[in-house]
Design a protein. Structure first.
Length: 207
Protein backbone atom coordinates (compact mmCIF):
# COMPACT_ATOMS: atom_id res chain seq x y z
CA UNK A 1 0.00 0.00 0.00
CA UNK A 2 1.15 3.56 -0.62
CA UNK A 3 -1.65 5.98 0.36
CA UNK A 4 -2.49 6.48 4.02
CA UNK A 5 -4.93 8.62 5.98
CA UNK A 6 -4.49 9.35 9.70
CA UNK A 7 -7.28 6.91 10.56
CA UNK A 8 -5.61 4.14 8.56
CA UNK A 9 -2.31 4.63 10.38
CA UNK A 10 -4.06 4.83 13.75
CA UNK A 11 -5.99 1.63 12.98
CA UNK A 12 -2.75 -0.22 12.28
CA UNK A 13 -1.11 1.13 15.45
CA UNK A 14 -4.10 0.02 17.54
CA UNK A 15 -4.65 -3.35 15.87
CA UNK A 16 -2.88 -4.71 12.77
CA UNK A 17 -5.58 -7.36 12.39
CA UNK A 18 -8.31 -4.74 12.17
CA UNK A 19 -6.20 -2.92 9.59
CA UNK A 20 -6.00 -6.11 7.56
CA UNK A 21 -9.76 -6.68 7.70
CA UNK A 22 -10.61 -3.09 6.83
CA UNK A 23 -7.96 -2.04 4.32
CA UNK A 24 -6.36 -5.20 2.93
CA UNK A 25 -9.34 -7.56 2.75
CA UNK A 26 -11.74 -4.57 2.48
CA UNK A 27 -14.36 -6.14 4.74
CA UNK A 28 -17.01 -3.54 5.54
CA UNK A 29 -18.88 -3.85 8.83
CA UNK A 30 -21.98 -1.82 9.82
CA UNK A 31 -21.73 0.83 12.51
CA UNK A 32 -24.42 2.89 14.20
CA UNK A 33 -24.99 6.10 12.22
CA UNK A 34 -26.05 7.88 15.41
CA UNK A 35 -22.44 7.72 16.61
CA UNK A 36 -21.44 10.24 13.92
CA UNK A 37 -24.64 12.15 13.10
CA UNK A 38 -24.08 15.27 15.24
CA UNK A 39 -20.45 15.61 14.28
CA UNK A 40 -21.24 15.35 10.56
CA UNK A 41 -24.00 17.93 10.85
CA UNK A 42 -21.78 20.47 12.64
CA UNK A 43 -18.93 19.91 10.19
CA UNK A 44 -21.22 20.42 7.19
CA UNK A 45 -22.75 23.55 8.72
CA UNK A 46 -19.32 25.00 9.46
CA UNK A 47 -18.19 24.38 5.89
CA UNK A 48 -21.24 26.15 4.40
CA UNK A 49 -20.83 29.03 6.84
CA UNK A 50 -17.14 29.56 6.12
CA UNK A 51 -17.78 29.48 2.37
CA UNK A 52 -20.31 32.29 2.78
CA UNK A 53 -23.53 30.36 2.20
CA UNK A 54 -26.84 31.41 3.76
CA UNK A 55 -27.32 28.88 6.58
CA UNK A 56 -30.36 30.47 8.24
CA UNK A 57 -32.68 27.55 7.48
CA UNK A 58 -30.06 25.01 8.49
CA UNK A 59 -29.54 26.74 11.84
CA UNK A 60 -33.29 26.70 12.52
CA UNK A 61 -33.35 22.94 11.87
CA UNK A 62 -30.78 22.22 14.60
CA UNK A 63 -31.88 20.63 17.85
CA UNK A 64 -31.30 22.57 21.08
CA UNK A 65 -28.22 20.51 21.86
CA UNK A 66 -26.86 20.96 18.34
CA UNK A 67 -27.50 24.72 18.52
CA UNK A 68 -25.43 24.97 21.71
CA UNK A 69 -22.54 23.13 20.06
CA UNK A 70 -22.81 25.28 16.92
CA UNK A 71 -22.75 28.53 18.90
CA UNK A 72 -19.60 27.37 20.70
CA UNK A 73 -17.90 26.85 17.36
CA UNK A 74 -19.32 29.97 15.75
CA UNK A 75 -17.92 32.17 18.53
CA UNK A 76 -14.56 30.39 18.83
CA UNK A 77 -11.62 32.76 18.39
CA UNK A 78 -9.82 30.53 15.90
CA UNK A 79 -12.96 29.88 13.87
CA UNK A 80 -13.15 33.66 13.39
CA UNK A 81 -9.67 34.10 11.97
CA UNK A 82 -9.20 34.88 8.29
CA UNK A 83 -10.63 32.08 6.16
CA UNK A 84 -8.34 30.22 3.76
CA UNK A 85 -10.11 26.95 2.97
CA UNK A 86 -12.39 24.30 4.46
CA UNK A 87 -12.92 20.59 3.89
CA UNK A 88 -9.49 20.98 2.34
CA UNK A 89 -7.78 17.84 1.02
CA UNK A 90 -4.01 17.81 1.44
CA UNK A 91 -1.26 15.22 0.93
CA UNK A 92 2.51 14.84 0.95
CA UNK A 93 5.04 12.11 0.22
CA UNK A 94 7.19 10.40 2.84
CA UNK A 95 9.74 8.19 1.10
CA UNK A 96 7.64 5.82 -1.07
CA UNK A 97 4.30 6.53 0.63
CA UNK A 98 1.72 9.28 0.42
CA UNK A 99 -0.05 10.51 3.53
CA UNK A 100 -2.88 12.99 3.73
CA UNK A 101 -6.38 13.82 4.76
CA UNK A 102 -9.03 16.52 4.80
CA UNK A 103 -8.75 19.55 7.07
CA UNK A 104 -11.93 20.83 8.71
CA UNK A 105 -10.65 24.35 8.09
CA UNK A 106 -7.49 26.30 7.38
CA UNK A 107 -7.39 29.84 8.79
CA UNK A 108 -4.68 32.47 9.16
CA UNK A 109 -3.66 35.77 10.72
CA UNK A 110 -0.60 37.96 10.20
CA UNK A 111 1.67 35.44 11.95
CA UNK A 112 0.38 31.88 11.49
CA UNK A 113 -1.74 29.44 9.56
CA UNK A 114 -4.13 27.49 11.79
CA UNK A 115 -5.37 23.98 11.05
CA UNK A 116 -8.71 23.60 12.80
CA UNK A 117 -10.22 20.30 13.83
CA UNK A 118 -13.65 20.39 15.45
CA UNK A 119 -14.32 17.70 18.05
CA UNK A 120 -17.83 17.03 19.36
CA UNK A 121 -16.34 14.13 21.32
CA UNK A 122 -12.99 13.72 23.04
CA UNK A 123 -9.73 15.09 21.67
CA UNK A 124 -6.75 12.68 21.49
CA UNK A 125 -5.02 11.93 24.79
CA UNK A 126 -1.58 12.82 23.38
CA UNK A 127 -2.51 15.30 20.66
CA UNK A 128 1.06 16.38 19.86
CA UNK A 129 1.80 12.90 18.53
CA UNK A 130 -1.62 11.85 17.33
CA UNK A 131 -1.39 10.63 13.75
CA UNK A 132 -3.93 13.19 12.60
CA UNK A 133 -1.87 16.02 14.12
CA UNK A 134 1.39 14.76 12.65
CA UNK A 135 0.07 14.04 9.17
CA UNK A 136 -1.91 17.27 8.83
CA UNK A 137 0.90 19.50 10.05
CA UNK A 138 3.50 17.68 7.97
CA UNK A 139 1.41 17.93 4.79
CA UNK A 140 0.43 21.55 5.38
CA UNK A 141 4.07 22.52 5.94
CA UNK A 142 5.01 21.00 2.59
CA UNK A 143 2.09 22.54 0.69
CA UNK A 144 2.29 26.01 2.25
CA UNK A 145 6.10 25.96 2.44
CA UNK A 146 6.14 27.33 5.97
CA UNK A 147 6.64 26.31 9.59
CA UNK A 148 4.41 29.13 10.83
CA UNK A 149 1.69 26.63 11.58
CA UNK A 150 -0.45 25.66 14.53
CA UNK A 151 -2.89 22.79 14.92
CA UNK A 152 -5.97 23.68 16.94
CA UNK A 153 -8.28 21.00 18.31
CA UNK A 154 -11.53 22.80 19.09
CA UNK A 155 -13.08 20.82 21.93
CA UNK A 156 -16.78 21.63 21.56
CA UNK A 157 -17.76 19.36 24.44
CA UNK A 158 -15.75 21.35 27.00
CA UNK A 159 -15.54 24.61 25.04
CA UNK A 160 -11.73 24.54 25.08
CA UNK A 161 -8.89 24.72 22.56
CA UNK A 162 -5.82 22.51 22.46
CA UNK A 163 -3.07 24.16 20.45
CA UNK A 164 -0.09 22.26 19.04
CA UNK A 165 2.92 24.31 18.00
CA UNK A 166 5.02 23.44 14.95
CA UNK A 167 8.65 24.00 13.99
CA UNK A 168 11.40 22.58 11.79
CA UNK A 169 12.43 20.24 14.63
CA UNK A 170 8.80 19.10 14.97
CA UNK A 171 8.65 18.35 11.25
CA UNK A 172 11.79 16.20 11.50
CA UNK A 173 10.37 14.30 14.48
CA UNK A 174 7.03 13.76 12.74
CA UNK A 175 8.70 12.52 9.56
CA UNK A 176 10.77 10.04 11.59
CA UNK A 177 7.76 8.68 13.48
CA UNK A 178 5.59 8.45 10.37
CA UNK A 179 8.34 6.81 8.32
CA UNK A 180 8.78 4.13 10.98
CA UNK A 181 5.12 3.15 11.19
CA UNK A 182 4.61 3.28 7.41
CA UNK A 183 7.55 0.89 7.03
CA UNK A 184 5.93 -1.46 9.56
CA UNK A 185 2.63 -1.39 7.70
CA UNK A 186 4.30 -2.32 4.44
CA UNK A 187 6.37 -5.18 5.92
CA UNK A 188 3.93 -6.70 8.42
CA UNK A 189 2.85 -10.33 8.36
CA UNK A 190 -0.58 -9.85 9.84
CA UNK A 191 -1.52 -11.90 12.95
CA UNK A 192 -4.17 -14.60 12.86
CA UNK A 193 -6.22 -12.90 15.58
CA UNK A 194 -6.50 -9.61 17.37
CA UNK A 195 -7.31 -9.07 21.03
CA UNK A 196 -11.03 -9.12 20.13
CA UNK A 197 -11.59 -5.64 21.49
CA UNK A 198 -14.99 -5.26 23.10
CA UNK A 199 -16.26 -2.39 20.95
CA UNK A 200 -14.57 -3.28 17.65
CA UNK A 201 -16.94 -3.91 14.74
CA UNK A 202 -14.69 -6.80 13.66
CA UNK A 203 -14.85 -8.52 17.05
CA UNK A 204 -16.77 -11.57 15.87
CA UNK A 205 -14.28 -12.24 13.07
CA UNK A 206 -11.50 -12.54 15.64
CA UNK A 207 -13.16 -15.01 18.01
Amino acid sequence: MSDFSPYMVKTFADCPKKFEYKYIKKISMPQKASNFERGKKIHALANYYLKGADITKLEKALSNEESIVWQKLKTNEFFNKQYVNSEYTISAKIKDCWVGGRLDALMKDENFYYILDYKTGAIPQNPEFDFQTMIYLYCAAKILNTHCLKFVYIDLKNNENKIIEFSKDTEIEYEKRLSEILAKINTTNFPQKSNACKFCEYQKLCL
